[in-house]
Ligand binder design. Structure first.
Ligand code: MSP
Length: 425
């Protein structure tokens, strides 16, 4: 119980990092720091998702060999982490040998447990989402089909290995009904449960039309579907397949996979099914946060509105950006990023509330008390009221942080800051 294993998703490296990636990493860093303060032995993992068709296409576009391309792009994500004031324990890349070994081991386990069969896939695939979609999920616009995310889809027909996901439907429902805390926020729990109840089909888990992936053991014509490869990273980093290693025993199951709402299905349906099929306990919680738009629009290269975290921090400052991202939007909801909103938060919360309080209290001590905090005299009623608010704060903030409600913890802290300003008045 005294350990805490937290993970970011591993990032696709087809483009440079943007504010959405920074958001997930900063949120995890805050939760990691909080758990360290509780005295827990924290393991915080991040990394890059380097295989699959999307990355292969990006490498071709950049006229680089996939390996050279991923080596170059992964660095941007790795460097961003300390730049954001985040401290991780390991940075995993899915092209590393340890990960290829771990993923092939998991595949072999699924195979041994009779969870995999060879057949043919025919259906829709979105390269941008790296996801298979059934026709009923698609949106039709001008006679063309699109994924629910708006990404283009293409018709795929190829030999494929399948994972017997359909056999896990009832067990997943039973698992989630018994363990409702494992998916947060509650709205995402409901979404996942109704997706499972709507019927699970077997999942295509290998591809033959490109090569940039982990080879399927004993059949080199196939590479693994990028999501079975990617999800396994969470175990590779703590030593899988060595399930007797100290790290693995201490940190598995993961306490918290932090993900964006777009990838909840992979984490809360496919991943626990793979794990249960291999006889492994699923993670204790998956939390899905919302998405940022920018000045009201979806972030996109084509409309050139991508907010780059390196630049943003250079202009506005690190603590300011971290504070804004976690304070502006209730954690779990979508939010809109705008420079006006960021400047407003900096001016009103940080400069006006916190800055003023520090300035007023410190200069008063400096001016009137020889720059030393005097020993307390007897407390007045006003003193008592403020002190009791401060005393309650720790418990209240703990309550919020246990639910990953960072915005709420900040709001509670700011209520005391505002009360302190009134007290000084
Ligand atoms: N590679 C997969 C994850 C595999 S985890 C085993 C992936 N990568 S991603 O780079 O596309 O996205 C990584 C994370 O960034 C996701 O959690 C996603 O939700 C988040 N975000 C991407 N764009 C975002 C916003 N505009 N706003 C907030 N978060 C966003 O998915």
């Amino acid at each position: 119980m005294n350990s805490f294993y937290i993970t970011t998703p591993i990032y696709y490296i087809n483009f440079s990092p943007h504010i959405g990636h920074a958001y997930t990493t900063i949120a995890c860093d805050i939760l990691s720091r909080y758990n360290k303060l509780l005295g827990k032995d924290v393991y915080f993992l991040s990394g890059t998702d380097e295989h699959g068709q999307k990355v292969e296409k990006a490498a071709i576009k950049a006229s680089l060999k996939p390996k050279d391309f991923v080596d170059k792009m992964s660095k941007n994500f790795k460097e961003l982490i300390p730049f954001l004031g985040c401290q991780i324990d390991d940075f995993i890349r899915t092209t590393e040998d340890r990960h290829i070994k771990a993923t092939q081991h998991l595949w072999n386990k699924l195979n041994e447990n009779n969870q995999i069969y060879l057949s043919n896939y025919e259906g829709w695939y979105s390269i941008r989402d790296e996801a298979f979609y059934s026709e009923s999920e698609l949106i039709k616009k001008n006679d063309e089909f699109f994924a629910p995310s708006g990404s283009p889809v293409e018709w795929v027909k190829e030999e494929s290995y399948f994972f017997k996901l359909s056999e896990w439907q009832d067990r997943l429902i039973e698992y989630y009904e018994k363990n409702p805390e494992t998916i947060r926020p509650k709205s995402r729990y409901n979404e996942v449960l109704s997706f499972i109840k709507s019927g699970l089909k077997d999942l295509s888990i290998s591809r033959t039309t490109f090569k940039w992936g982990i080879p399927v053991p004993n059949n080199p014509n196939h590479v693994m579907y990028v999501w079975i490869d990617a999800l396994t990273n969470y175990m590779t980093a703590i030593g899988y397949p060595d399930q007797q290693s100290d790290k693995y025993k201490k940190f598995w199951p993961a306490d918290l996979h932090m993900v964006g709402k777009d990838i909840i299905r992979f984490h809360a349906v496919y991943w626990p099914a793979f794990l249960m099929s291999a006889g492994i306990v699923p993670p204790s919680r998956v939390f899905a946060h919302g998405w940022w738009t920018v000045e009201g629009e979806k972030m996109s290269k084509s409309i050139r509105n991508v907010v780059e975290p390196f630049n943003l921090v250079d202009v506005f400052g690190l603590d300011q950006v971290r504070y804004f991202l976690l304070r502006e939007v209730p954690f779990g909801n979508d939010g809109d990023f705008s420079k006006t909103a960021l400047i407003h938060r900096i001016n009103s919360d940080l400069a006006n509330d916190l800055g003023n309080l520090a300035q007023r209290v410190l200069s008063m001590i400096h001016r009137n008390c020889d720059a030393e905090i005097p020993a307390p005299a007897s407390f007045s009623d006003d003193d008592q009221i403020l002190l009791s608010q401060v005393d309650d704060l720790l418990q209240q903030v703990r309550g919020s942080m246990e639910q990953q409600a960072c915005h709420d913890a900040l709001e509670k802290i700011w209520a005391v800051i505002r009360a302190s300003n009134i007290y000084v008045d």
